[in-house]
Design a protein around this ligand. Structure first.
Ligand code: HEM
Length: 361
């Protein structure tokens, strides 16, 4: 006979209860694992994964707003201090390093090439008549000081400006990163401090030289004959010929208005005077105008410097000694020569003491 007493012993009973408790616990855990995630329905009426998506959306919306330049709070003061990310900055950087630097660099190289080609084809424009030794006063001392003051500052601004624009591509390979860093630091300081003094020089040119740069019918006839550059004719001109007037107005509109104006925006003066705000967008636009107009101006300047030195015999003397030969005056500025011919004196006198007849200049 089977002994049943052993299966009902307290020991066997507690073992069965333990097994039962384990089974129920296991079932409870599995069911909890299945049911608990749906508990969010009871609380919010939405599934838990929907909350995660909403959280992500809110975060995405937040960062989208930040990227789009929506201002937040910042304890830093100043315009747009609360704007964390400036998308326009990336566009500006690409435009500056890509289009401006590449096309600008090529435009300067091509401009120099055209001048060199012109010199090879046309050669120097010589004075036709035999030199008589007589000269007439052309530029007064203060005019020459004004011209060379502006020209020297222009050259310094050109060197420092181009160093900043093309330094990464051209100077780092030559000077190394540290050398370029020191040079770039010097360049930006030279550029920023000299800029306003240069603008004063250009403004003085506008004030004092505008009177002989007003376009007239004579200039149209001068252009119709191509300035006599290729035909070797000598079309009539007053104190300034058509070509010089074009240069003068480029100096005023491209130089004074666009380059100097945008430069004064960049160093913050225009904002201080209340003409513009000093937001990043204004600065980016000002920088683009400044860089493009400066490159255009530099290219035309090369042409001016060439015509004033190598290109035309006798022109530089006017801006260095103040006088030009009678033959040069008759050939290039016949109408003006008629006005000043009574002041003609011996040319040699101008390098030592002025001739008595020049006192009026
Ligand atoms: C090294 C560079 C330069 C050289 C060699 C040079 C040379 C000359 C010469 C020789 C003249 C006299 C032309 C004449 O008598 O008809 C002249 C006039 C002039 N230059 Fe320059 N120049 C230089 C730079 C500049 C710069 C940077 C500017 C402007 C920012 C400038 C603006 C002018 C103006 C406005 C005139 C007078 C034109 C007129 O009133 O019609 N020059 N230059």
């Amino acid at each position: 006979m089977k002994d049943t007493t052993t299966s009902n012993t307290p020991r066997a009973l507690s073992k069965r209860r333990r097994m039962k408790a384990m089974a129920w616990s296991f079932l409870f855990i599995v069911l909890s694992a299945m049911i608990l995630p749906t508990a969010s329905y009871l609380v919010s009426g939405e599934p838990a994964h929907a909350q995660v998506t909403n959280d992500q959306n809110q975060r995405a919306n937040f960062w989208r707003a930040v990227r789009e330049g929506a201002p937040g709070y910042s304890s830093v003061s100043g315009p747009e201090a609360g704007v964390f990310i400036n998308n326009g900055g990336q566009n500006w950087r690409q435009f500056r390093n890509g289009i401006i630097a590449n096309y600008g660099g090529w435009a300067i190289v091509i401009g120099l090439g055209v001048i060199a080609l012109f010199f090879l084809v046309r050669g120097r424009i010589k004075i036709d008549e035999e030199a008589s030794g007589m000269s007439v006063p052309r530029w007064k001392t203060w005019e020459r000081v004004m011209h060379w003051y502006t020209a020297i500052l222009f050259v310094l601004l050109t060197i420092s400006g181009l160093s900043m624009l093309f330094g990464r591509a051209v100077l780092i390979p030559l000077l190394g990163a540290k050398g370029f860093s020191a040079w770039a630091n010097l360049s930006i300081n030279v550029h920023n401090y000299i800029g306003p003094f240069f603008a004063i020089g250009v403004f003085a040119m506008l004030l004092f030289w505008v009177k002989h740069n007003i376009p007239t019918g004579t200039d149209m006839a001068w252009f119709a004959k191509g300035g006599g550059i290729f035909s070797k004719a000598h079309p009539s001109a007053g104190k300034a010929n058509g070509g010089e007037k074009v240069w003068f107005w480029i100096v005023i509109f491209v130089g004074l208005v666009a380059v100097c104006g945008s430069g004064l925006v960049l160093i913050g003066w225009m904002a201080q005077l209340g003409f513009v705000d000093s937001t990043r967008g204004t600065m980016q636009l000002a920088h683009q105008v400044h860089a493009i107009a400066s490159i255009a101006w530099i290219i035309v300047f090369f042409g001016h410097a060439y015509i004033g030195t190598l290109g035309t015999e006798g022109a530089l003397e006017g801006m260095t000694t103040g006088r030009v030969s009678v033959e040069w005056a008759k050939q290039h500025h016949d109408l003006w020569y008629e006005e000043v011919k009574d002041q003609a004196g011996i040319a040699e006198d101008t390098t030592s003491a002025p001739a008595p007849s020049t006192a009026a200049s």
